[in-house]
Design a protein around this ligand. Structure first.
Ligand code: ZN
Length: 147
């Protein structure tokens, strides 16, 4: 992603900010100005909670341009609790057996780094949410600090 575009969309990517129709209450991400369901234009800014379930996923072995430092990574489609389906990079998945339907939560992580220009782009990723605390501690040391 080019830097000007990132600055314009920063709120959207950093906070998972979408919109919600005040008429039928359907939520959208990214934000929309017109509700495709009821044709209402009364949409308000809506901040998603960042929790959902893994809808599908795949392992990427080829990094896209600008992501060469990332190496192989997992990308998933996440069904947010509020309804929208979004695509995001998955993180903290090392040693984790990914399953369709497993609970995931949003975390803010480094997305892209351009060492030549000295900027780092942060944005949302999703990580598995564990119900078993011991398992979470073993696999993801920063869970303690952030929850
Ligand atoms: Zn609507």
């Amino acid at each position: 992603m080019q830097l000007p575009r990132y600055h314009r969309l920063r709120q959207t990517f950093y906070r998972l900010e979408g919109s919600r129709c005040t008429n039928c209450e359907r939520a959208f991400f990214p934000p929309r100005k017109l509700c495709p369901d009821c044709r209402s234009t009364n949409l308000e800014t809506y901040l998603f909670a960042g929790s959902g379930t893994l809808y599908s996923y795949s392992q990427m072995t080829q990094s896209p341009r600008g992501f060469a430092n990332v190496g192989p990574y997992a990308v998933g489609m996440v069904r947010l609790d509020e309804g929208p389906l979004i695509m995001a990079q998955l993180t903290d998945v090392e040693g984790v057996e990914l399953r369709i339907g497993m609970p995931v939560e949003m975390v803010t992580r480094k997305i892209q780094e351009d060492s030549a220009h000295g900027y780092i782009v942060y944005g949302y990723k999703f990580r598995p949410l564990f119900s078993n605390t011991t398992e979470a501690l073993l696999l993801s040391p920063d869970v303690v600090a952030t929850t």
